[in-house]
Design a protein around this ligand. Structure first.
Ligand code: URA
Length: 434
């Protein structure tokens, strides 16, 4: 078997065998297949797709490429959460401390930004000192001690995904059902939870642009979940405009901290409550979804969720004085208002383009070795359905380069599509796929 034959087979739209997929994963991880050969195969998969069997084989091969965690010490229902990615998606930062404050163990491995989407790990690293690369033993110890740990992908768990994820980001191969499903499910399977909740984002700011594809992705991941004995629920959520107001890194962390103190944007709240309510159900702590939502609100109102976030940050070496006083986070040099030259009701605000604008300011990566700028991004003031008068401030650009900031401001203004008549607020929860 050799990699050239495997690339040629997928290039010609043929089906790869389990042995061929295992060969690729094993040899790529051990450095015997180069990045450019892997890139060619990934591109061929992106273009020609994979059937269900290939996708499952790819997932299992990636999951077994490193250690497989056993979290059974935490009980029989260990729940994990993952999002397929979005713009302004700070749900993990808010939801996981809430879940931990309810006594449900949280052992969460999160990702970095991919394409135009942001990543929880990049955001967490904007808290000085927060260590995202924790050894597995310490990761488990943290969960035992304080009920929560959120770390980046270690080289030990699903290392094949870590390599392929970074590669996909730099060769425009992010929006693919078999690649997303295998990436997410391999990590979740290796990370040891037996119940999985997936936030499958849908719309202009998601990899799945329409509900039909979001359902297909959900069904693929549910099937992999069943085959690997992990109960999986997918919640399809709206990502047609950025989630919340902040898009960037430290500005999203600040928004998440405020949310944990009770000041939560309505769209963020709907997603947090729905995902959280299903997590509580999967953990076996409540069958009634509406009652579970009340339990979540209680943990925010009594400050326990916020305290759990502080504990998490402290335990991972982060400087909690930044959490306690968000004014300490470094601010971008230029904060440029985006002024509306039109009036009406906001009808559309393409989330992907907002993510790309934030990326041009330095919030994302072009090459996998790029470092990101923690303080830049976009702070939205007007969202879909809001009424706008000429001269109103639509958003602020946070930039460290004035020229880039001014260009971003012009680009963002042109993204706002207005309508003369009233526009309804978008529905956030589109479907639940079990
Ligand atoms: N999140 C992942 O972990 N992988 C993807 O491919 C997309 C989102």
């Amino acid at each position: 078997m050799n990699i050239l034959e495997i690339i040629a087979k997928k290039r010609d739209n043929k089906i790869l065998s389990k042995e061929e997929i295992d060969f690729f994963i094993k040899e790529y991880c051990s450095g015997n297949i180069t990045d450019y050969q892997a890139a060619a195969l990934i591109m061929a998969i992106y273009i020609n797709g994979m059937n269900e069997e290939e996708t499952t084989n790819l997932t299992m091969s990636m999951a077994c490429s490193g250690e497989m965690l056993d979290l059974s010490v935490f009980g029989k229902n260990v729940v994990d959460k993952h999002s397929t990615g979005g713009v302004g998606d700070k749900i993990t930062l808010i939801l996981m401390p809430i879940i931990a404050s309810l006594g449900i163990p949280v052992a969460k491995m999160s990702g970095r930004g991919l394409g135009f989407t942001g990543g929880t790990i990049d955001k967490l690293e904007s808290i000085p000192g927060y260590n995202t690369s924790v050894e597995i033993e310490d990761f488990i110890e943290n969960v035992k001690n304080i009920g929560i740990s959120v770390i980046g992908q270690t080289m030990n768990l699903a290392p094949a995904d870590k390599k392929i994820y970074a590669l996909r980001d730099t060769i425009s191969c992010t929006e693919s059902i078999p690649l997303i499903a295998s990436s997410i499910m391999s990590k979740k399977i290796a990370a040891g939870a037996n119940k999985i909740i997936l936030d499958v984002t849908c719309g202009s700011g998601a990899f799945m642009q329409n509900e039909e594809d979001a359902v297909k992705l959900s069904q693929t991941m549910n099937k992999i979940g069943k085959l690997s004995n992990r109960e999986t629920i997918c919640v399809i959520t709206n990502m047609d405009e950025p989630l919340g107001y902040a898009v960037g890194n430290n500005i999203e962390v600040i928004e998440a901290i405020k949310a944990l103190k009770g000041d939560m944007p309505q769209d963020v709240k709907e997603v947090v409550l729905e995902l959280g309510a299903y997590m509580i159900k999967l953990a076996g702590l409540g069958e009634n979804i509406e009652e579970n939502k009340n339990k979540i609100m209680e943990k925010i109102q009594n400050n326990e969720a916020y305290q759990k976030f502080i504990q998490l940050v402290e335990n991972q070496g982060g400087d909690i004085s930044y959490v306690e006083n968000v004014e300490k986070f470094p601010k971008a040099k230029y904060i440029i208002p985006v002024i509306s030259s039109k009036e009406g009701y906001v009808e559309k605000l393409n989330a992907r383009k907002v993510g790309e604008i934030s990326g041009t300011l330095g919030a994302g990566r072009i090459r996998k070795e790029d470092t990101i700028d923690q303080s830049v991004g976009v702070m939205i003031c007007k969202k879909i359905s809001d009424k706008v008068e000429k001269g109103d401030i639509l958003a602020y650009i946070y930039a460290n380069d004035e020229e880039l900031g001014n260009k971003a401001s012009k680009d963002l203004e042109s993204l706002y599509i207005m309508k003369n008549s009233v526009v309804k607020k978008p529905k956030m929860i589109l479907e639940i796929i079990k």
